[in-house]
Design a binder for this molecule. Structure first.
Ligand SMILES: Cc1ncc(COP(=O)(O)O)c(C=O)c1O
Length: 420
């Protein structure tokens, strides 16, 4: 078996035998539309979407054509280029908080710079982050990402080796979806808080009515920049992202995944006033936030992003993807109910998950109460049935056909019946 040999070779040259992303027990050979194939030729319906970027599906003909044309003209210049400028224009037109855009290559970098930008803007040090919230891999972001041992709020728990202890001191951890806690934490520490970073929908947990609004109000009251991490939600929940979908506009947002159309590109976006810290002349010596990146704003990623956004602007695109997602969420819920499994299907039609619990899930600690062993067994059954997804999240693409949806629901139904 070709795949087994590759997995064995990977064990020698890649730590933990893989890329550090997904389980290394599958080696993907190619993708087309809503499907991917592994190295043994097994076919899967793809609900991973490369961890989100491939919202249009794999190998979208118009994106491929635009990218191929660009590749013939050069792949990266480190210099300003028309495609990067056009993409920044498209982003600022779409995203309410964005007057200017600074490109980076990954969501990790975008979030790291967004927090630094808030610190530069306010001259304060502390960042409020929510337990279980994912903002990439920087030292700040690794605080209380997925803590196994729970601390008393707002104490931060590092989730990675190699992080100097003082980093903890500048992170304040709060429970997601708890407006009262957020309000009192902000009131107590306002003079030291540089920014509040939040996934508008944390992992798969939707914001409860009033939660994001409270953060917005409190941030405005105390002059604290509110940062929405829209690496996942940007151009996915709506063309204008979660800030459009939920009607709450942050001061700073980060974008990634969809804006690069499957190539490395991410961004920090905010008002011209805040973004002035990236401009040495405007910010002055001490206020200047230095930011450089070899591949940031490369024209291949920019054209892929531009073409992706063009497709998404077409009438009916978001209605279609949401309708597919709603059908899947409902069908999966029905399959699990029928088979007698206590569960919740939570998230957003473009990105959701079925979790095994008989309680509502509103924060990270509720997620810990879910039956993770059952979820893992369900995930294995789905994989065997030809569903490719990450444990914990199901990404929906525009490439899914009626046949894909029907097949998917059949697999979920069977898996639900087989699940102990
Ligand atoms: C909400 C969120 N922020 C940041 C990131 C980090 O992005 P990247 O993997 O491009 O560094 C991710 C990645 O999945 C994410 O989901």
């Amino acid at each position: 078996m070709k795949q087994e040999l590759l997995i064995e070779r990977a064990r020698a040259v890649l730590p933990a035998g893989g890329l550090g992303n997904l389980d290394p027990g599958i080696v993907i050979q190619r993708g087309e539309g809503a499907r991917v194939w592994d190295e043994d030729g097994n076919e899967y319906i793809d609900y991973l979407l490369g961890s989100g970027p491939m919202f249009l599906g794999h190998g979208h003909a118009e994106v491929v054509e635009a990218v191929q044309e660009q590749i013939g003209q050069g792949t990266t210049f480190f210099a300003s280029n028309a495609r990067a400028i056009e993409l920044a224009e498209a982003i600022t037109e779409a995203v309410a908080c964005a007057e200017q855009v600074r490109y980076v290559s990954t969501g990790t970098e975008a979030d790291m710079y967004a927090m630094r930008l808030a610190r530069a803007f306010t001259g304060r040090d502390k960042i409020v982050k929510f337990e279980g919230g994912y903002h990439g891999m920087s030292s700040d972001a690794q605080m209380s990402l997925a803590p196994a041992e729970l601390a008393n709020f707002p104490v931060a728990v590092p989730d990675s080796a190699g992080i100097p202890d003082p980093v903890r001191q500048d992170m304040l951890i709060a429970p997601y979806n708890d407006p009262d806690f957020a309000r009192s934490l902000i009131a107590e520490h306002a003079a030291d808080i540089a920014g509040i970073i939040v996934e508008p929908l944390q992992r798969i947990i939707p914001p409860q009515p009033g939660f994001l609004e409270t953060l917005r109000e409190e941030c405005s009251r105390h002059g604290i920049p509110l940062i929405f991490d829209e690496v996942v939600t940007g151009f996915r929940f709506a063309y204008g992202g979660a800030q459009e979908a939920y009607g709450v506009v942050p001061d700073i947002c980060t974008l990634g995944k969809i804006i690069g159309g499957g190539f490395p590109l991410a961004a920090v976006a905010a008002s011209a006033e805040i973004m002035a810290h990236f401009d040495k002349e405007k910010a002055g010596g001490k206020g200047f936030l230095m930011q450089v990146g070899t591949l940031s704003g490369n024209p291949v990623a920019a054209v892929a992003g531009l073409k992706t956004l063009e497709v998404l602007r077409r009438p009916g695109a978001y209605q279609k993807v949401r309708a597919i997602g709603e059908e899947l969420m409902q069908g999966i819920g029905e399959a699990l109910s029928k088979a007698g499994h206590a569960h919740r299907v939570i998230g957003h039609p473009t990105m959701f998950e079925a979790v095994f619990t008989d309680r509502d899930v509103v924060n990270y600690r509720d997620v810990l109460q879910c039956d993770s062993k059952k979820a893992a067994a369900f995930h294995d059954l789905l994989r065997q049935g030809g569903i490719f997804k990450a444990p914990g999240k199901t990404y929906v693409s525009l490439a899914l056909t009626e046949r894909d949806v029907a097949e998917t629901l059949e697999v979920f139904k069977k898996a639900a019946e087989q699940l102990a």
